[in-house]
Design a protein around this ligand. Structure first.
Ligand code: GTP
Length: 331
C-alpha cells in the first residue's frame, strides 16, 4: 500500500472514530426507550450511511417488550419492525452475517454488559462490500459495548419513571401517570381525529368492606379489582387510581357505539370478583360509575379535570339511583 493511501485510510478512520464518539455521546444521554430506540434504529443508519439497523433483545419474561411498547406508543410502531424479542438470543461473535433480503451485506454485534449477554445489534447495507468477512470491527464493537450499557441504563431510568407514575398498592397509574396518559391521548386524538372513551368508577360501600372485613381485605379488593380490570381491558388502555376506591379508564379508539358494551363487561367483571375475607368468605362487590366518549377537535382543549367533573356528576347520580350501575354522560 502506498504511503498516501495509508494516510488517507488513517484520516478516514479518524473521521469515523470522531463521528462514532459523537454518536455514542448522544446514545449515553438517552433516558427513555423512545429516544434510545429512535436514535439507534433510525439515527444510526442515517448518520453512518447504512440501510437498516435491527435490535434483538433477550427478554425471557416479556418485561422489556411491555415497557418498550408502552414508551414507543402506537405512532412509533414502525420501529417495532426493527425490534425482536427472544427468550434466548444465540450468543455470537462480532462479524459479518448473511443479511435478509433486500440487503446485500450485514454485520452482527453482540451486546454484552458485565459478561451478561443482552442481545445483538445488526447493521445492514444495500452494498455488497460494506461488511465483509474478516473485516476489522473494533470501532463497531466499542459502539456495541456503549449500546449495551445504555440498554441497561435506559431500562433502569424507565423503571424509575414508571414507579413515580404508579400506585404502589394496585399497580394502576397514579394521578400524575393518568394525567400524562390523558394528555397523550388528547394530543393524539387531535392529530389523528381519534376518538377515545373514559370511564370513572367507584366501588360501592367500600367503607363497609373495610369496617366489616378489615383493611387487609379492603386492600385485597383494590388489588384484585385492578388485576381484573387489566384483564378485561386492551393492553393500550389506561387504568388510573384517582383516589381511595375511585378509578378511571382511558380507552383509546373505543367507538361510541361499543362503549356501553365495554362498560357492561367491566361491570360484570367487578360483580364476579372473587375476593375472600380472612374467614375465607366471599366479599360481594359492585361498583357505580359513568362514561363518556370524547372526540378531540383541533384548537380545543378539554382538561382532564373538566372531564372528571362531568363524570363525577353522573357517578353521583348512579350512586343516588341505587348503585351497581353506570350512566352515560349526555353531551
Ligand atoms: N383498604 C383500603 N381502604 C381505602 C384505601 N383508600 C381509601 N380507602 C377507604 O375507602 C373508603 C371510602 O368510603 P366512602 O368514600 O365513604 O365511600 P363508600 O363506602 O364506598 O360508599 P359509596 O361510594 O357511597 O358507595 C373509606 O373507608 C377509606 O378509608 C386503601 O388504600 N385501602
Amino acid at each position: 500500500m502506498e504511503l498516501t493511501e495509508l494516510l488517507e485510510n488513517a484520516r478516514r478512520n479518524e473521521a469515523l472514530l470522531k463521528r462514532l464518539q459523537a454518536f455514542e455521546l448522544q446514545l449515553l444521554s438517552c433516558q427513555t426507550w423512545l429516544d434510545f430506540l429512535t436514535l439507534l434504529l433510525e439515527g444510526l443508519p442515517a448518520q453512518f450511511d447504512l440501510d437498516a439497523a435491527t435490535l434483538k433483545v433477550c427478554d425471557p419474561d416479556g418485561e422489556l417488550k411491555a415497557t418498550m411498547l408502552q414508551s414507543l406508543d402506537i405512532e412509533q410502531g414502525v420501529l417495532l419492525n426493527q425490534l425482536e424479542f427472544q427468550s434466548r438470543v444465540p450468543v455470537i461473535e462480532a462479524g459479518s452475517v448473511t443479511p435478509p433480503p433486500p440487503w446485500r451485506s450485514g454485520l452482527a454485534l453482540p451486546l454484552l454488559r458485565n459478561d451478561v449477554y443482552l442481545g445483538q445489534l445488526r447493521l445492514y447495507s444495500a452494498s455488497d462490500d460494506r461488511f465483509q468477512p474478516g473485516m476489522a470491527t473494533d470501532f463497531m464493537q466499542h459502539l456495541a459495548a456503549v449500546t449495551a450499557a445504555c440498554l441497561v441504563m435506559v431500562k433502569q431510568s424507565e423503571e424509575q419513571a414508571r414507579l413515580a407514575l404508579t400506585d404502589p398498592l394496585t399497580g394502576a397509574e397514579n394521578r400524575r401517570g393518568f394525567e400524562r396518559a390523558y394528555q397523550r391521548e388528547w394530543s393524539r386524538g387531535q392529530r389523528q381525529y381519534h376518538v377515545f372513551a373514559m370511564v370513572l368508577l367507584d366501588i360501592d360501600h367500600f367503607k363497609q368492606v373495610n369496617d366489616v372485613h378489615g383493611h387487609g381485605t379492603g386492600d385485597r379488593v383494590l388489588k384484585q379489582l385492578c388485576k381484573t380490570l387489566k384483564r378485561v381491558m386492551r393492553p393500550t388502555d389506561h387504568l388510573g387510581r384517582l383516589g381511595g376506591e375511585e378509578f378511571a379508564l382511558i380507552l383509546p379508539g373505543c367507538q361510541p357505539d361499543q362503549l356501553a358494551r365495554v362498560v357492561e363487561r367491566v361491570q360484570q367483571a367487578i360483580r364476579q370478583l372473587d375476593v375472600m375475607n380472612d374467614q375465607r368468605q366471599r366479599v360481594p362487590l359492585s361498583a357505580s360509575g359513568s362514561y363518556i366518549s370524547i372526540t378531540p377537535r383541533p384548537h380545543q382543549q378539554l382538561q382532564l379535570s373538566d372531564v372528571l367533573d362531568f363524570l363525577d356528576r353522573y357517578l353521583y347520580q348512579a350512586k343516588k339511583q341505587g348503585r351497581d350501575r353506570f350512566l352515560s354522560v349526555e353531551q
